[in-house]
Design a protein around this ligand. Structure first.
Ligand code: C2E
Ligand code: MG
Ligand code: MG
Length: 431
């Protein structure tokens, strides 16, 4: 069994495991104490793709020396994967000292490096586990440090995270929830609620947004903010998304049958749905099965979702638009809002995120920005929907600034189909 990594000359994973196992069994109590830093270079794949593997190798070697330099005295460092290192610092350290080391590693790794005339900066994510408290075997310590590293990555990269029991519990619950989601459709645990969007100043219902609810047999009601990202991560979002489309379109069909063909049903669509090969076909099938026109369906997309393969997404969205589907940009103002981006996307509606609407009453510059967004949207003939409107004062401000459509608890919470239908009947009487 080879013990050393040929590129960096560092010990490898097996060597690290054996060494740590020995340390943890030392007769001297003071020797059985230490901290493992699991360091993962962020997006090294991109570097490899952009400049080739030789260049990537140089970045890895530089990283190994920089980690060693940052770890201080009494450390053991190993390369455990392509772009993964573990540094174990022996001896008892305070949390402050551990944080100090993690920050130093991140700082040093982040400094500029230059190879063959190309200069780049890289970042890293670090997970930290201490022994003996975070595990009784070397494998456990390294696994826990690695899990903490994934958490650090999930929280936006270029940072560090300590392992904790809660973290392990969270990972466990995530897995259980994902397992539950796989059966949610056949167990009939999913349902949709509809939140009205009100046209101003006439106060009629322009449309409704379909919002997914999951009443799990094991976990009760789980919020979409919790389960949608898991469904995306696990790839179950495509089948769930199809179910949502189908349900929402059949409601739109019932609305049309009752004379409300002008009330649009908006559906949230995830990045992975847009990315799937049959995205446009799925939309067409959904409206065809329900016997509605594409213009009765509006798809809500978020800015961040499109970042990955923008050109491909734009092409599919253009097709959808040409077929008559409505297109709205959700959560505007959060994430990567860029005007160029807004210009490129074939959307006709932008939805201002609730976090902005919350500023109206106590943040004057924030409120002025909303005014500016509405003005800009009106100037380029886009409709603005203000989301999360809860108070009369917010509503008055939005009307004054020229916002023509609002959605929020002030008018209505999301409603079950029957109640949503009644709401529409009441507001759109005589239309
Ligand atoms: P979103 O699309 O931005 O939906 C608006 C969220 O704001 C909804 O939360 C809605 O209930 C909430 N909301 C509306 N008005 C108010 C208000 O006045 N006050 C407060 N506090 N909240 C208000 P919900 O239903 O929990 O959905 C959260 C997010 O989950 C949605 O944000 C959307 O991104 C996602 N989501 C929901 N259903 C689906 C779905 O079928 N597919 C996908 N991909 N995502 C979905
Ligand atoms: Mg939405
Ligand atoms: Mg939104």
């Amino acid at each position: 069994m080879a013990y050393y990594d040929s590129l960096t000359g560092l010990p490898n994973k097996n060597n690290l495991n054996e060494w740590l196992a020995l340390q943890m069994k030392e007769p001297e109590a003071a020797s059985r104490v230490g901290t493992a830093f699991f360091v993962d270079l962020d997006q090294l794949k991109l570097v490899n793709d952009a400049y080739g593997h030789n260049f990537g190798d140089k970045v890895i070697v530089t990283a190994s020396t920089r980690i060693a330099l940052s770890a201080g005295e009494n450390f053991f460092i190993a390369r455990v994967g392509g772009d993964e290192f573990v540094a174990v610092v022996q001896g008892k350290l305070t949390n402050e000292q551990v944080k100090g080391i993690a920050k130093k590693i991140i700082r040093n790794l982040g400094k500029r490096q230059e190879h063959v005339g190309i200069s780049i900066h890289i970042t890293a994510s670090i997970g930290i586990a201490k022994y003996p408290e975070d595990g009784s075997t070397a494998e456990e310590i390294l696994k826990n440090a690695e899990n903490a590293m994934y958490k650090a990555k999930k929280q936006g990269r270029n940072g560090y995270k300590f392992y904790s029991k809660e973290l392990q519990y969270e990972a466990y619950t995530d897995l259980r929830l994902i397992e539950g989601l796989r059966y949610a459709i056949e167990r009939k645990e999913l349902s949709l609620v509809y939140q009205p969007q009100i046209l101003l100043p006439q106060k009629t219902v322009k449309g409704v947004e379909a919002l997914l609810r999951w009443n799990s047999r094991e976990y009760g009601n789980v919020s979409p903010a919790r389960f949608i990202p898991l469904a995306e991560q696990a790839g179950v979002i495509n089948s769930i998304g199809k179910w949502v489309l189908h349900e929402a379109c059949s409601f739109a069909g019932r609305l049309a049958e009752n004379g409300y063909a002008d009330v649009r049903v908006a559906v949230n669509i995830s990045a992975r749905q847009v990315a799937s090969d049959d995205f446009v076909r799925t939309l067409c099938n959904a409206v065809k099965t329900a016997g509605i026109l594409p213009k009765q369906l509006e798809i809500e997309i978020t800015e961040s979702l499109l970042m990955a393969s923008l050109d491909e997404a734009i092409c599919k969205l253009n097709k959808s638009k040409a077929l008559g589907f409505g297109l709205a940009l959700d959560d505007f103002g959060t994430g990567y809002s860029s005007l160029t981006y807004l210009r490129k996307l074939p959307v006709e509606t932008i939805k201002i995120d609730k976090s902005f609407i919350d500023m109206i009453e106590n943040d004057i510059p924030g409120a002025k920005m909303i005014g500016a967004i509405i003005n800009m949207a009106n100037a380029i003939n886009m409709t603005v929907v203000a989301e999360g409107v809860e108070t009369e004062r917010q509503l008055a401000y939005l009307v004054k600034e020229g916002c023509s459509c609002v959605q929020g608890y002030f008018f209505s919470k999301p409603l079950k189909e029957k109640a949503a239908y009644k709401f529409i009947q009441t507001y759109n009487k005589g239309l």
